[in-house]
Design a protein around this ligand. Structure first.
Ligand SMILES: Nc1ncnc2c1ncn2[C@@H]1O[C@H](COP(=O)(O)OP(=O)(O)OP(=O)(O)O)[C@@H](O)[C@H]1O
Length: 590
C-alpha cells in the first residue's frame, strides 16, 4: 500500500487514518472540542455505559484494516468522579474552593485550545506573547486561596506540559530508524507507556516504510504473550503528520545491558535467563506463524518486572496458513544476525523460523562473549564470511561443552539441519539451571537503580504543583494522609515522594514490605482497551452496573474483587490526586 502523499490524502487513507465516521465522531468529541480532560480516577465507572466499557482493542481493526479506535466523547462522562473539568457530582464540602480552582484551571486550558486548535499546548518559539499570557492565565493554581502564576522559563530550555490523546508526554527514551520513542503516561489508566512517533514524511522516504509499519501493527495486535511487546493503541494526527504507536513501557533493552558492561558481555547465567525468555517468545511467535526476522539484543526489551520482550516487528512476516513450512522470500534484518541462506544468494527461499533460530544463536553467542560469530568491516565480506567460513567458538570466555554444542546446532549453515525452537528448548544447556545469583538478579539490581525515573515529573509539576495532601477517611473515621504534598517551594520533596519507591519496587518488595494490603501498592485500574489491549478476559463489572456505587470509592474491579457476603463499609475518599494514581499504576507489566 502506498503511503499517503500528503496529510490531506492521509486523512482519506483507510489504513491508519480515521474514516469519515470517525472524523465526525471526533469532531463531536475531544479532538475538536477544545477541551482537555485529565480523567484521572482509576475507580472511574462509566455509568452512562453501564459500567462496562466495551472498548476492546479489536475495534482498532476491521476486516484486517486498521482503524482508529474512537475515544469516548468527554461530553458523556457524567459519571466521572475525579476529572479536571467535570465535577457534576461534586460533593459540597470544605474542599470546594480548591475544586473551584481546578475548574478554573481546566477552563483556562480550554481557552488555549479554542485559540490554538490543537491537542497539545506546548509553546514553540514562534508563539506570541499573547499566547504565552493566555497559557499563564490558564496555569494558575491555588494553594492558600491565593492565585499563583507559573513563570515561564525561556522558551527552548523547558517545554510546557504536553497532553496528546490523553497521554502526558515525558522525555525521549529511544530512537529507531522510523522515529523517536518517548515515555508517556496514560491519563486514563495512569499507566506508564512508550510512544513510538513516526512522521508521514519519514515513512514515505524509507523504502517500504508504510508497508512495514502497517504490517507491524497488524501483526502486533494479534499477539499476547509475556515475552512479546504489547501494542496498546495506535492513532495518528494528520495535522501534525504523525503516526503514534503506544506500547507497554520497558526500562531498557538487552543491548543497553551489554553496553553497560565493560567487557560487553553478560555472565552465563544472565545469558541463559535472557535466551530462555527469547526462546519462549519465539516459540509463541512461530506457533502464530510469524517469523520475526530481526532478532538481536537491540530488539529485546527488558520490562519493569525484568521479563524479556521481543519488539520491533517492522520486518516480521506472517507466514500463510497454506504453507506447511516457514517459507519466506523477502530477506530482511540486521546483517550480522542474518543466516547464510539469506545472505549467500544460493537459495530462492528460506525458512523464516530457522532464520530466527540462527539470529537467536548469534544473539546467544554475543551475550556470552561480547563478540559476533561472523564479523567483517565490509558488508560483502561479512556476507561471504557468514556463508562460507566455519564457526569458531569465542576465545575470550570458557564455554561448557553443552553450550558449545547448542551454539553449533543453532549456527548450522544448512537450515534443514538447524535446530528449531522447540528442539532448542529441549537441549540440555537450555534445560540446565544456574545458581540464582547468576540469573537476572544482578541485572535487576543494576536496572532498578538505572536512569529510568519517571520523566513526566516536570510536566506533572507544572500541571499539579501546589495540590494539597491527599487524604482518606479510614473505617474509624480518622484522616489518613495517603500522599503528602509532593513539593516544597516548587521543588520535589524527595523525603515524601513515595512514588519513587513504588516505581522502583518489585513485586517481591511489596510482599517483603507486607504492603500488599496497602492501597497504594495495589494499582486499581478500570478495565479498558488501553490497559488490556489483548484478548485477556476483562472482568465484567456486573455489580457496578446494577448496584449504585459510592461515587468516589467503589470501582468495578473492587466490586468484582470483593465477593464477601458481608459488604465492607466502603471507604469515604475525599479526593485523589493524579500523583497518587500514577504512583499506584507503575506499569501493567508488574
Ligand atoms: N516499549 C518500549 N519501552 C521502552 N523503550 C522502548 C520501547 N520501544 C522502543 N524503545 C526504545 O526505543 C528504541 C527504538 O525502538 P524501535 O526499535 O521499536 O524503533 P525502530 O524505529 O523500529 O528501530 P529500528 O531501527 O531497530 O528498526 C529501542 O531500542 C528502545 O531503546
Amino acid at each position: 500500500m502506498e503511503g499517503p502523499s500528503s496529510a490531506a490524502a492521509a486523512a482519506n487513507t483507510k489504513f491508519i487514518v480515521p474514516d469519515a465516521d470517525f472524523s465526525s465522531q471526533i469532531s463531536d468529541g475531544r479532538r475538536n472540542s477544545g477541551r482537555v480532560t485529565l480523567n484521572v480516577d482509576p475507580d472511574f465507572v462509566d455509568v452512562d455505559q453501564g459500567g462496562s466499557e466495551d472498548d476492546s482493542d479489536d475495534e482498532c481493526f476491521e476486516d484486517g484494516q486498521l482503524i482508529r479506535e474512537p475515544r469516548r466523547s468527554r461530553e458523556n462522562d457524567a459519571g466521572v468522579k475525579m476529572s479536571i473539568g467535570h465535577y457534576d457530582d461534586l460533593e459540597e464540602d470544605e474542599e470546594e474552593d480548591e475544586e473551584e480552582q481546578r475548574r478554573r484551571f481546566a477552563e483556562g486550558i480550554r481557552n488555549i485550545h479554542q485559540n490554538k486548535q490543537q491537542e497539545s499546548f506546548d509553546l514553540e518559539p514562534e508563539d506570541s506573547d499573547a499566547m504565552r499570557q493566555l497559557v499563564n492565565t490558564a496555569m494558575m493554581f491555588n494553594t492558600d486561596n491565593q492565585f499563583q502564576r507559573i513563570d515561564f522559563e525561556p522558551v527552548g530550555k523547558r517545554k510546557t506540559p504536553k497532553i496528546i490523546e490523553g497521554y502526558l508526554w515525558g522525555a525521549q527514551i529511544g530512537t529507531g530508524s522510523y522515529g523517536k520513542v518517548k515515555e508517556v503516561i496514560d491519563t486514563f489508566t495512569l499507566t506508564r507507556r512508550a510512544a513510538k512517533i513516526m512522521k508521514y514524511d519519514k515513512l514515505r522516504k524509507i523504502t517500504n516504510g508504510w508497508e512495514n509499519i502497517r504490517s507491524e501493527m497488524a501483526i502486533l495486535r494479534r499477539l499476547n504473550h509475556k515475552n512479546v511487546i504489547k501494542l496498546v493503541e495506535v492513532f495518528n494526527i494528520p495535522t501534525k503528520g504523525k503516526v503514534y504507536m503506544i506500547f507497554e513501557y520497558c526500562i531498557g533493552s538487552v543491548q543497553q545491558l551489554l553496553d553497560l558492561e565493560p567487557a560487553r558481555r553478560l555472565s552465563i547465567g544472565e545469558s541463559h535467563a535472557i535466551f530462555a525468555e527469547l526462546c519462549h517468545g519465539l516459540n509463541y511467535l512461530h506457533s502464530k506463524r510469524i517469523s520475526h526476522k530481526d532478532i538481536k539484543p537491540g530488539n529485546l526489551l527488558v520490562a519493569i518486572d525484568f521479563t524479556i520482550k521481543i519488539c520491533d516487528f517492522g520486518v516480521a512476516e506472517q507466514i500463510s496458513i497454506f504453507q506447511n513450512d516457514g517459507t519466506c522470500t523477502k530477506v530482511n534484518g540486521t546483517p550480522k544476525f542474518q543466516p547464510p541462506e539469506c545472505v549467500h544468494g544460493n537459495h530462492s527461499f528460506f525458512d523464516g523460523y530457522k532464520a530466527d533460530m540462527w539470529s537467536a544463536g548469534v544473539t546467544l553467542y554475543n551475550l556470552v562473549s561480547g563478540k559476533y560469530p561472523f564479523e567483517k568491516p565490509v558488508l560483502l565480506k561479512l556476507y561471504e564470511c557468514i556463508g562460507t567460513e566455519p564457526l569458531v567458538m569465542p576465545t575470550n570466555v570458557l564455554l561448557s561443552n553443552e553450550l558449545q554444542d547448542l551454539l553449533r546446532q543453532l549456527l548450522e549453515k544448512d537450515f534443514t539441519r538447524r535446530l528449531g525452537c522447540q528442539e532448542t528448548m529441549l537441549h540440555p544447556w537450555f534445560m540446565s539451571s544456574f545458581p540464582e545469583d547468576q540469573g537476572l538478579g544482578r541485572i535487576m539490581e543494576r536496572m532498578r537503580t538505572g536512569d529510568r525515573p519517571l520523566t513526566m515529573i516536570p510536566s506533572m509539576m507544572a500541571l499539579y504543583d501546589g495540590l494539597e495532601n491527599e487524604v482518606e477517611i479510614d473505617e474509624d473515621g480518622k484522616e489518613v494522609v495517603l500522599l503528602p504534598r509532593l513539593t516544597i517551594g516548587g521543588e520535589l520533596d524527595h523525603d515524601t515522594f513515595r512514588g519513587f519507591k513504588y516505581l522502583e519496587a518489585t513485586p517481591a518488595d511489596q510482599l517483603l514490605d507486607g504492603a500488599a494490603d496497602d492501597d497504594a501498592l495495589n494499582p486499581m485500574r478500570r478495565p479498558s482497551s488501553r490497559s488490556m489491549p489483548t484478548s485477556a478476559p476483562v472482568p465484567q463489572p456486573i455489580d457496578a452496573v446494577t448496584t449504585p456505587v459510592a461515587p468516589s470509592s467503589a470501582s468495578a474491579e473492587f466490586a468484582d474483587a470483593s465477593p464477601s457476603p458481608q459488604p465492607k463499609k466502603s471507604r469515604q475518599r475525599k479526593k485523589r490526586s493524579i500523583f497518587a494514581c500514577i504512583f499506584r499504576s507503575r506499569t501493567d507489566s508488574v
